[in-house]
Write a protein that binds this ligand. Structure first.
Ligand SMILES: C[S@@+](CC[C@H](N)C(=O)[O-])C[C@H]1O[C@@H](n2cnc3c(N)ncnc32)[C@H](O)[C@@H]1O
Length: 207
């Protein structure tokens, strides 16, 4: 495991409760994502954190699987969302079969993955998603790489690797995704962030 992944995992183990308390609302893009899912479909929440807002919302209608690097986050998600199934794991190597999900959400999580692992992560999302399935993901509004040794005033270190939006889109396209839309929004924990909705190609000429 790289230093960055270890720092992120250990960091969230230590500050999971503080992050949960400070977690602000995102614009509601989940409705648009859910409208594109088949009834009762299987959805992966990649970097699910403590299960809010994605897992708890999606699990009401769909088969929800959450995965997170941090054991503490997974524990909180299990308590919050008893209908979901949660595992501790690394999204750069997903423990799931090819084309086994109808949709994937990755809110504010891929931005912690080391730069060199971003293309692998997006390819993993494509591998486990069925053709025509959708990915709703937070990407960076601008390129940035860094760390904060006192994140959220907890004295805990956190690290991020954020490619620019054009680079993220290019990685998605290389992994057989078509970008449906990209939207920049304010991030209450600092600056701006960006969401992208992408659809895995079916190999046919369809939208
Ligand atoms: C900022 S939190 C976001 C949690 C939740 N998705 C939300 O929207 O509040 C980022 C989460 O991504 C997880 N994470 C970071 N890198 C990961 C990786 N390589 N594999 C799985 N989870 C990861 C962290 O442990 C953390 O729980």
């Amino acid at each position: 495991m790289t230093d960055q992944k270890r720092a992120v995992r250990d960091g969230y183990d230590q500050l999971a409760s503080e992050y949960d308390a400070r977690r602000s609302d995102d614009p509601d893009f989940l409705d648009e994502f859910r409208a594109r899912l088949p009834a009762g479909g299987r959805v992966l929440d990649a970097g699910c954190g403590a299960g809010r807002p994605v897992a708890e919302t999606v699990a009401r209608e769909y088969d929800l699987v959450g995965l997170d690097l941090s054991r503490e986050q997974v524990g909180m998600a299990r308590e919050r969302v008893p209908d979901g199934r949660f595992v501790q794991g690394d999204m750069t190597g997903l423990p799931y079969a090819d084309e086994s999900f109808d949709g994937i959400v990755a809110y504010h999580s891929v931005i912690h993955v080391p730069t060199e692992d971003h293309p692998t992560t997006v390819r993993e999302f494509s591998r486990v998603l069925r053709p025509g399935g959708h990915l709703l993901m937070t990407i960076g509004a601008s390129e940035w790489e860094g760390r904060n040794d006192d994140w959220l005033d907890t004295g805990v270190e956190m690290r991020w690797s954020v490619p620019g939006p054009e680079e993220s889109e290019s990685m998605l396209e290389d992994a057989e995704f078509e970008v449906v839309w990209r939207r920049v929004v304010d991030d209450e924990l600092g600056g701006e962030t960006c969401f992208v909705l992408a659809r895995k190609s079916t190999g046919a000429n369809s939208t």
